[in-house]
Design a protein around this ligand. Structure first.
Ligand SMILES: Cc1cc2nc3c(=O)[nH]c(=O)nc-3n(C[C@H](O)[C@H](O)[C@H](O)COP(=O)(O)OP(=O)(O)OC[C@H]3O[C@@H](n4cnc5c(N)ncnc54)[C@H](O)[C@@H]3O)c2cc1C
Length: 372
């Protein structure tokens, strides 16, 4: 017989970045919040470990301030592809590279300080009319949040599995112990894969390889074909266990049903090459908490759709560059010749762009592309 003697305003399934951010945002609005995660910290995951300036701004709204000495501040993004390279700085200030486990620790500390209840090693095994089923008890909740990652079971339990698009790629992540050689996140493009390199500490860089085919998501194979990056990494030793992951361009037709809502990767996501997953998760968390406070999840559905539009567009553009060598080479040459166009694109990518800005930047990009 299972007892049901606990009650909470918000029960969050999954204690990754999205779940913790939702608990913090809910507590900031005075709602009681409980999180259950089947594992326990430190929770690691294959991630590019880059926080864009807007991601840092969202963290700051959640009251998560990262100590200046931690991580590595990067100034912008630089692309390398064959004979061409192009780079631009963020106009809003730097981004931050930080080990995934360290970011998780910051979020946990903030969630605890806000008074959220954190249940580790507590897998949620189902939902029932009384609430959320844990292995030995049922917890009653006004709102139930699925923050259980891209393979979400909550999504299935709630009948929210209908996708409007789903495109997967493969990724592996590796750390190297060596001093970063650049103050930029660097993306190296090769024929069948990309390497996404983030400086994350005074003596550490994070390398993620992204590819459409599983066999191409391979660090050593990538480095064999990319002498530029191989030479840069040559002085460093591998400093972490390699981790694999799937990255998705994934949209759902709905992200809430009844008193259940999805957040973070459980609610859909954008390819890792955009570096936008965490920003989306934090912004969704803030919007979801506000909607729960008002008692109107429909409002969350609308904000969720609006938040996803720009990263999806950028994701499509970057995937196109990855797939088509001719377009990529022409685009890199154009961005190299017109650094101001790259700076504008980056400002829109990493900031709060409005649609007229996007349309005008898109027209400028298209024109430069055609005339490059
Ligand atoms: C290769 C790669 C590189 C990336 N690089 C970047 C980057 O540089 N910058 C960026 O912003 N984003 C990046 N992202 C995206 C970012 O990592 C994700 O968007 C983010 O991790 C989503 O967090 P989440 O909390 O939604 O999911 P997760 O981090 O997957 O957390 C889900 C949690 O739910 C728990 N869980 C699952 N089922 C249950 C259950 N039944 N009961 C209890 N707990 C459960 C799991 O244990 C887990 O802790 C990258 C992604 C990939 C794959």
């Amino acid at each position: 017989m299972v007892s049901c003697n606990r009650r909470t305003d918000v029960f969050i399934i999954g204690g990754g970045p999205a779940g913790l951010a939702t608990a913090i945002a809910a507590r900031q609005l005075g709602l009681s919040a409980t999180i259950a995660d089947g594992t326990e910290p430190p929770i690691d995951k294959a991630c590019g470990e880059g926080l864009m300036p807007e991601t840092i701004a969202a963290l700051s709204e959640l009251g998560v301030g990262i100590h200046l000495g931690q991580g590595f501040r990067f100034r912008g993004i630089r692309f390398f592809g064959g004979r061409h390279s192009a780079g631009a700085e963020f106009p809003q200030g730097p981004g931050l590279g930080i080990r995934r486990t360290l970011l998780h620790e910051y979020l946990i500390r903030r969630a605890e300080a806000c008074g959220a209840q954190l249940l580790w090693q507590t897998p949620v095994v189902g939902l029932c009319s009384a609430g959320v089923q844990l292995p030995r008890e049922v917890v009653a909740a006004r709102w139930i949040v699925g923050a259980d990652g891209s393979g979400s079971r909550v999504r299935r339990w709630a009948g929210l599995d209908r996708a409007t698009r789903e495109k997967q790629r493969f990724a592996v992540r590796r750390h190297y112990a060596l001093a970063p050689w650049s103050e930029y996140v660097e993306i190296y493009w090769s024929r069948r894969a990309q390497a996404y390199v983030t400086p994350i500490g005074r003596k550490e860089v994070c390398v993620v390889i992204l590819a459409e085919e599983l066999g191409d998501a391979d660090c050593d194979a990538f480095l064999r074909h990319c002498p530029e990056l191989r030479e840069r990494l040559a002085g460093g030793s591998i400093s972490s266990r390699e981790r694999g992951a799937i990255t998705l361009m994934h949209s759902l037709s709905a992200v809430h049903a009844g008193n259940i809502a999805l957040v973070g990767d459980a609610s859909g996501g954008v390819d890792a090459i955009t570096g936008e997953g965490l920003r989306l998760a934090f912004r969704q968390a803030i919007a979801l908490a506000a909607a729960m406070k008002k008692g109107r999840l429909a409002r969350y559905g609308r904000t969720h759709r609006a938040l996803a539009r720009k990263p999806m567009l950028m994701g499509d553009l970057l995937l196109l560059l990855g797939r088509n060598e001719w377009i990529r080479s022409r685009a890199l040459r154009m961005l190299n010749q017109h650094p101001q166009v790259f700076a504008r694109m980056l400002a829109l990518h990493s900031g709060n762009a409005e649609w007229p800005d996007l349309v005008s930047a898109g027209a400028q990009l298209g024109w430069r592309f055609l005339t490059a």
